[in-house]
Structures are given as C-alpha cells and as structure tokens.
Design a protein around this ligand. Structure first.
Ligand code: URA
Length: 273
C-alpha cells in the first residue's frame, strides 16, 4: 500500500469515527506513513474508487441517495467520497482533500473558497492564517467550529498557487456542498468571499453590493429532505481582510448583523458557545 493510500484510509477511519461519535471531525496531527507493497486482497479497490475498510459499508453513491430503498445520505458518505474524488484536475495536486468539519445542524455553515497550503497539508478547513482570523471573527459573536458551526469550502481540493477555483472545478464539486447543506440544515449560511457567494447566489455582483443583508437561499426540493430556505449572509474573506484593513469595518458590521439574527433565532445561543 502506498503512503498516500494509507493516509486516505487512516483519515477515512478517523473521519468515520469522529462523525459517528461526535458529529464533527476532530483536529488531528498529520499522518505519516511510508510506502510498502500493496496487494489487492478484496477489501480495497485499487482503481481510484473509494477504498472501503473491512467491515464497513461502502460510502453511499450520490445516485443512491433516493427514497427507493437505498441507504440515506450522510455527512460521512460525503466526506468519504470527497477523499477519493477525481472529478476535476485539482485532485491530482492534492495532499489531502478537505471535506469540512464542525457540528451537525449548525447555527452557521461557513463556506469559503477552497483549501490553501495548510489546509491541504492537514486535511482540515481554515487552519492557516486566514483560518485563525476566521476563528477569531466567529468567536467574537459566540460561534466556533467545535460548538455551533460547520466550516466547508466551495471546492474540496487546493487550487494551485491559492488561485480562485475555476468554474469547471466548482461545477463538479458543488454536488458535495449541496449534499452537505441538505444534511446539515444550517440555520444560517455565511459565505466568506466572493467565490462561494457568487456560486450560491448565482451572481457576479461585487461583494460590496452583496454584503450587509441576508438573502434567502433556496435548497432544492428532494424527496429525502424536502426543500427549505436558509438565510445567507455574504461577507469579506478573512484573507482579503488580512490584505486590506479597510474591509475590517464592513466585515464587523456583517458579524453584528449575524449575531442579531442568531439572537432572534436562539436568544441564548451564546451561552452554549
Ligand atoms: N481559504 C478558504 O477559502 N478556505 C480554507 O479552507 C482556507 C483558506
């Protein structure tokens, strides 16, 4: 088995355990393995399809997420598919895919652009400088990925050189985010940066014109989850704020708006944070 395959398997097992036990993926140190000979033994597939650990049900294929007797979809199934996805060229440059982490049924689903170098190295979203700022921004309004948020990205593999993901990379990856939104049923979606705001709101308007207000985001009707609407707030990406201090004030205004809406939805939400 190659080191990459072992890393994927360890991550899959840990992710499964985390989601089943706690509902979110726990922070972990990087896995280090060395390559050894890999022999097909029937327990794993070598063809790039999802490697299924012995004794564990294969991840639910997207096409099987139907009410006609197939297993219901799950965050674990999404994460497992993301880890083995090769639907766009980004997969070939990744160290780790980054499915996302946080709590199930979060108050806030934060959606960024795509993993950067630190996220790619660790397989976790928003763990670099921008991530540290994001955590501080969330904490300032009583939110955290451990208690009441889920952090995801528009694309799950790192675009080279930290460029914005291309439409042809966003398109195949959107199905994962769509499933995550349906499964998570967040009270509010917070798009940080224009990539996720543009993709979800189907617009190319400036962040200046999108921020500062909630827009209803319609989640498509499926027989499994039904349709529902989530208020979506867009604000500046933490990386943009790090590069240009003038975004700080409007971003803070957006956070205050978020806090106000959260208090309306759940008056004592900060007590649990
Ligand atoms: N920027 C993003 O948009 N997402 C991450 O996970 C990290 C940096």
């Amino acid at each position: 088995m190659t080191a990459d395959e072992k890393r994927s398997l360890a991550r899959l097992l840990d992710t499964a355990g985390d989601y089943l036990r706690d509902g979110y993926r726990r922070p972990r140190a990087e896995y280090t393995f060395t390559d050894d000979a890999f022999k097909e033994n029937g327990a794993f597939k070598e063809n790039g399809a999802a490697a299924t650990p012995p004794g564990m049900a294969a991840p639910t294929p997207l096409a099987a997420n139907s009410p006609d007797g197939a297993a219901p979809d799950s965050l674990f199934a999404v994460a497992a598919e993301v880890l083995h996805c090769s639907a766009c060229p980004l997969h070939s440059g990744r160290q780790n895919a980054v499915p996302g982490e946080g709590v199930v049924h979060p108050l806030v689903l934060v959606i960024g652009e795509g993993p950067g170098a630190d996220e790619d190295r660790l397989g976790r979203p928003f763990v670099g400088k921008a991530g540290q700022l994001l955590d501080r921004m969330l904490a300032s309004v009583g939110l955290s990925r451990e208690k009441n948020c889920f952090i995801a990205n528009m694309v799950k593999c790192r675009p080279p050189g930290n460029r914005d993901p291309l439409p042809e990379e966003i398109a195949p990856c959107s199905r994962f985010l769509a499933r995550q939104i349906r499964l998570l049923k967040p009270a509010i979606i917070l798009c940080v940066g224009k990539v996720s705001a543009h993709a979800l709101l189907k617009t190319d308007a400036s962040m200046g014109s999108l921020r500062g207000r909630f827009t209803p985001y319609e989640v498509a009707d499926t027989q499994e989850t039904g349709g529902f609407t989530v208020p979506l707030l867009a604000t500046y990406h933490p990386s943009a704020i790090l590069h240009d201090e003038s975004y700080k004030r409007p971003a803070w205004e957006d956070l205050k708006l978020l806090k106000q809406r959260l208090r309306e939805l759940s008056p004592d939400y900060e007590a649990g944070a």
